[in-house]
Design a protein around this ligand. Structure first.
Ligand code: GLN
Length: 487
């Protein structure tokens, strides 16, 4: 079925006119109608609008054929509910935005549309991207397509589940502390977090601005390279985007990784790491050796401080970013006798428990008397964590780790224990603190139940080409990515 294919497979079929964009889009919509009642990856979608975009793509194909300037022509791509798409609802899976509708396209959306993509749907997530399980959504939880009693990961759980369940061809998510890589690992797809500054965040609702990046979920590495190329680049509307040329990432996928050095951090292969996950990563490391890469043990000595550092910096930034949701400027409002009462009633009713917890934590670490002890110290430790990586990258081309310490856990298993939930990000968070790039790709399954396991590769700042080359070579020499869910 068309909805099961990759961007590159569909692009070839569209070019030869074997299929139409309408047929591809309809196959995704049919799959959503069939399975999304169980998975709940989508908060909403507009089928008529998606089909209208598909018809426009088909007209372009008839008139002009396929041309290189539109690498996504006719490909349906679904969007996390945190990115602005003109005239579509934007809720961040929160009640506080009410019936808010975006008035403009985020830069990444403009770029996807210019490349010919059919941009559709609002994918479920943890409220304001705070969480690791997509249970913190005001619209209800998303289920893992491999086992619907389990979480899909988070916060971009809807984005991962929709790709894994073939409800779209690819999707967009965001990654502040692992929110692309962790759900990609738990749902068995490819998830890429670009280097900080590679992609404009204009039109992304900010969670923690010094950490947030937008990235793709795909069925294979080549599709991730294609989407990264389309979305990357400097944007005057996001001053943190960096004016660095955008290479053709698909050209980096040569299959030849001989002589590349891969660092294996000794601090990552210990502690709460599940034995089946460890075994799968050990086998992947051997595979890399077989393919001609050199494995080097490295040390990232400040790893132990990453979670604490992240939860100070991310909550501090969130507490200021979320101040704008006050009942005056956007979305829902609960009236009060005076502005203070209006703010407090609106925010009290509009935000969920995890968002409130983080606003309180963030406000605390920024308050006078505590700023130096927490926030300033966390910034210093962040610098040490970044230095760990930059030092390692003096001797290795990329770093190899598990993406998550365990496979997908049960819905409800960690929802009453925030600390346990925070610990599930142990391998993904440092990458954001360091501002480097990372990708997760399938590297095996647990046995009983059968659940996907993810392998993480971390690359140098703007080292996406080498990282993708390494990911692609592994993928092409294993069959994990071909194991799809029968759903
Ligand atoms: N799970 C982490 C958090 O809750 C990361 C979330 C993310 O990357 N958006 O903050």
């Amino acid at each position: 079925m068309l909805n099961q294919l990759t961007i590159s497979e569909l692009t070839a079929k569209l070019a030869s006119r074997d299929v139409s964009a309408r047929e591809i889009t309809q196959s995704c919509l049919d799959q959503i109608a069939r399975v999304d009642g169980k998975i709940h990856a989508f908060i909403s979608y507009d089928a008529a609008d998606a089909l209208a975009q598909a018809d426009a793509a088909d007209q372009l194909l008839s008139a002009k054929g396929r041309d290189a300037s539109r690498p996504l022509l006719g490909i349906p791509i679904a969007i996390k509910d945190v990115l602005a798409v003109k005239n579509q609802p934007l809720n961040c899976a929160s009640k506080i935005l009410g019936k808010f509708t975006s008035t403009y396209d985020a830069t990444v959306i403009e770029k996807l549309k210019a490349a010919g993509a059919i941009v559709f749907g609002r994918l479920n997530m943890d409220e304001f991207a705070m969480g690791s399980s997509t249970e913190n959504s005001a619209f209800g939880a998303t289920c893992n397509p491999w086992d619907i009693t389990r979480i899909p990961g988070g916060s971009s759980g809807g984005s991962a589940a929709a790709v894994a369940a073939n409800e779209c061809i690819a999707s967009l998510g965001t990654d502040t502390g692992g929110s692309i890589r962790q759900p990609a690992a738990l749902c068995g797809c490819v998830g890429l977090k670009p280097t900080y500054g590679r992609i404009s965040r204009y039109g992304l609702v900010a969670y923690a601005s010094s950490l947030d990046q937008i990235g793709p979920f795909t069925k294979n590495v080549a599709d991730a390279a294609t989407l990264l190329g389309v979305m990357s680049g400097h944007d005057l509307r996001d001053s943190t985007s960096i004016p660095q040329p955008v290479p053709d990432y698909t050209k980096a996928l040569t299959g030849d990784i001989r002589g590349l050095k891969l660092g294996l951090p000794k601090e990552y292969m210990v502690g709460g790491l599940d034995p089946e996950v460890k075994a799968a990563v050990d086998v992947a490391v051997k595979k890399y050796e077989e393919l001609g890469a050199e494995i080097v043990e490295i040390s990232l000595p400040h790893t132990d401080y990453a979670i604490a550092t992240y939860y100070i910096i991310a909550t501090a930034e969130a507490s200021t970013n979320l101040a704008r949701f006050d009942g005056i400027r956007y979305g829902a409002r609960v009236d009060g006798a005076d502005p203070a009462e209006l703010y407090s009633k609106t925010r009290g009713a509009g935000f969920g428990a995890e968002v409130k917890r983080r606003i309180i934590l963030g406000t605390y670490v920024l308050s006078s008397g505590y700023y130096d002890a927490y926030y300033l110290r966390a910034q210093k430790v962040r610098t040490l964590i970044r230095q760990d990586f930059l030092k390692a990258f003096e001797t290795v081309d990329a770093i190899i780790t598990p993406t998550t310490p365990t496979a997908a856990f049960k819905i409800g298993e960690k929802s009453d224990d925030p600390l346990q939930m925070y610990l599930s990000d142990i391998f993904t968070i440092s990458c954001n603190l360091a501002g480097i790039c990372g990708v997760s790709l399938p590297c095996g399954f647990t046995q009983n139940p059968k659940l996907p396991i993810g392998l993480q590769l971390l690359g140098k700042p703007f080292g996406e080409e080498t990282m993708l080359r390494l990911a692609h070579a592994y993928e092409q020499n294993t069959a994990w990515h071909q194991q799809r869910i029968a759903i």
